[in-house]
Design a protein around this ligand. Structure first.
Ligand code: ADP
Length: 580
């Protein structure tokens, strides 16, 4: 809803108050010089009083500009405007009557100025404009007419004719101005409507992405898990190559999917940052380990350096910092054919944070492309995707993440010589100590003999879980949806439940809630195993109080750890329901 015309005038009048008072003082002083007496002083005092009254009457409109004023408030505003103008312009009558020739010229010009002033700042509201313009107009036309009639010098009526012409011009100008203002207001209203519509569409896009991510992750989970199982089996060398291709392609696809998800989360304002301890040097060593082989395979030297001024431990979002550095190093290695890639971490006093430079001796980026490489889906050359892979999302995500963290990501580059990307992020030097999670080492024997209820509507997922867990001695019971799980859970107690989220008949959240309510599995650890990677889904599971939240594709090591941890904490917890 837009501000009312009254509120706009109230705001403008308040803004102009000091100008009106200053001008009033000047006019009063001039009137005193033209015709010295006590009247100009009394006049200015009346002006001051009038302005105080005006402030009081208009102030509620300034406080709540979107509220439509009551009829009584509107009348008060119009009366106040008319009264103030009547007082303000009364000095012109004084100058006209007592100031001689000069006084009359001064009075005419002063009222003309007043008329122009109210026309400009009150045209937003017609009733207010008329209330202010009419008293001015009466002085403007009345003084020359009355003067000519009183003195019987009719040719002086020409002054009144000139004033009438001036008013005519002013009316045309004000109409034009009002039409422009109305058009502008209409355009603003439409823009507001469009913005609201875009926000709704954006929310729908976010939901759509959550669904798509679920749909893509489920078959991806099957592909990657099956490929990993194949990899661990006896294979011919040629078969091993084919499986390696499958695994690599799966990883690339997951990377793309995660990029698209990250980007849409940032766009929808749903990206949540973590706050955790990070060992800067350890993180750099880990990155170096990750990239060294790849860099030297391309004939590049990878140099990592951390300044002494950088504290060992800082508080930030370690995963996101690592994600940005990973992107930068990946690009540096990708776009450098010879020479070296240097990652240098320093301390930035201004920001009280890390300043990490990733410099390469690669092809560089032309100056006219530099501002665009941080835009989504932007690549310097059209053939980049074909030649090097990538989507043009990495830098867009990285810069947005850096800015979300309160820092920035910038670049300097010389074509043919190389590029230097600078990541600056503010960090805290201490934070809340994280509750030390009990880390349970996965023991081969821990899982043996465990009875696990697997709930998933996709047959391929159930098969993969069987393939992963049965060789470790787990005893699996399979259910196709939440309702089946609740039925099975009513009669039999399990050591752990692996629960999918979206399923027909009854979803995983509802089934977990029911299993928790009563029956043999009230305290059985539930591990959410879902393709829904969005933070909102994680929050929904947190409300139920699941033991862990694992996303697909299934990472076997995480799955074993999670099961071992859930069962270890359960064996020490009091049992609420024993099976008869
Ligand atoms: P991509 O997935 O294509 O690598 P990015 O957003 O990470 O997407 O990078 C966008 C583009 O910026 C790249 O395609 C490349 O043209 C250019 N670029 C990024 N880093 C470098 C670099 N270190 N040297 C030269 N060009 C780079």
């Amino acid at each position: 809803m837009q501000n009312s015309g009254y509120a706009i005038v109230a705001e403008v009048r308040h803004r102009e108050l000091r100008t009106r008072l200053g001008l009033g003082a000047f006019i009063g002083a001039t009137a005193f010089v033209v015709a010295p007496s006590v009247w100009p002083i009394l006049w200015y005092s009346a002006v001051l009083l009038g302005q105080v009254l005006d402030e009081i009457v208009f102030s509620p409109l300034r406080r709540d500009p979107r509220v439509t004023p009551s009829a009584a408030r509107k009348v008060m505003c119009c009366v106040s405007a008319a009264l103030n103008v009547a007082i303000y312009s009364s000095i012109s009558a004084y100058c006209w009557l007592y100031g001689g020739e000069v006084g009359r010229v001064f009075a005419t010009v002063q009222v003309a100025g007043g008329l122009l002033h109210v026309s400009l700042h009150m045209h937003h509201q017609r009733a207010l404009l008329l209330s202010a313009a009419i008293p001015h107009g009466l002085y403007f036309l009345g003084l020359p007419i009355l003067w000519a009639a009183w003195n019987g010098v009719w040719h002086e009526m020409l002054v009144a004719v000139g004033c009438a012409l001036y008013i005519g011009h002013l009316v045309v100008a004000v109409r034009q101005n009002s039409a422009t203002t109305m058009a502008l207001r209409e355009a603003n209203r439409k823009a507001d409507e469009e913005r609201a519509r875009a926000q709704v569409a954006n929310a729908a896009k976010s939901d759509f992405l959550a669904t798509i991510s679920h749909e893509i992750r489920t078959p991806m989970n099957a592909v990657i898990s099956a490929a990993n199982l194949l990899k661990a089996s006896e294979l011919q060398p040629a078969q091993r190559d084919h499986v390696a291709m499958l695994v690599d392609a799966g990883d690339v696809l997951m990377g793309l999917l995660n990029d698209v998800l990250d980007f849409s989360k940032i766009e929808a304002g749903k990206m949540e940052l973590e706050h955790a301890e990070m060992d800067v040097r350890e993180r750099m060593v880990a990155l170096s380990r990750l990239w060294e082989a790849r860099a030297s395979a391309s004939g590049l030297k990878l140099v990592m350096a951390v300044d002494e001024a950088v504290p060992d431990r800082v508080w930030t979002d370690p995963l996101r910092v690592q994600q940005i550095l990973f992107n930068l190093i990946s690009n540096a290695v990708k776009f450098t054919e010879a020479g070296q890639v240097t990652v240098h971490a320093g301390w930035c006093e201004r920001l009280e944070g890390l300043r990490i430079e990733v410099t390469d001796t690669g092809c560089g980026i032309p100056e006219d492309r530099l501002p665009h490489i941080f835009e989504s889906f932007e690549q310097v050359e059209a053939g980049t995707t074909r030649r090097y892979g990538g989507t043009g999302l990495g830098l867009a995500i990285s810069r947005r993440l850096a800015r979300l963290m309160g820092g920035d990501l910038t670049v300097e580059s010389t074509p043919g010589e190389g590029s230097c990307f600078v990541l600056e992020v503010p960090v805290a030097l201490e934070g809340q100590a994280a509750a030390d999670a009990d880390v349970v080492e996965p023991e081969a024997t821990t899982l043996a003999g465990m009875s696990i209820l697997v709930v998933d509507d996709h047959e391929v997922n159930r098969r993969i879980l069987s393939l992963l867990l049965e060789p470790h001695g787990c005893e699996l019971t399979l259910a196709e949806n939440g309702a089946e799980a609740v039925e099975l859970g009513a009669t039999r107690r399990f050591d752990a439940i692996l629960m999918d989220m979206q399923m027909p008949v009854m979803d995983g959240l509802e089934a977990s809630r029911r299993l928790r309510e009563e029956g043999a599995n009230r305290d059985t650890p539930v591990i959410a195993l879902t393709a829904n990677a969005m933070d909102t889904h994680r929050a929904a599971w947190d409300v139920i109080g699941v033991a862990d939240f694992l996303t697909k594709p299934i990472d076997p090591v995480r799955l074993f750890n999670s099961l071992a941890h859930a069962c270890a904490s359960r064996s020490t917890a009091p049992t609420l329901a024993e099976v008869a």
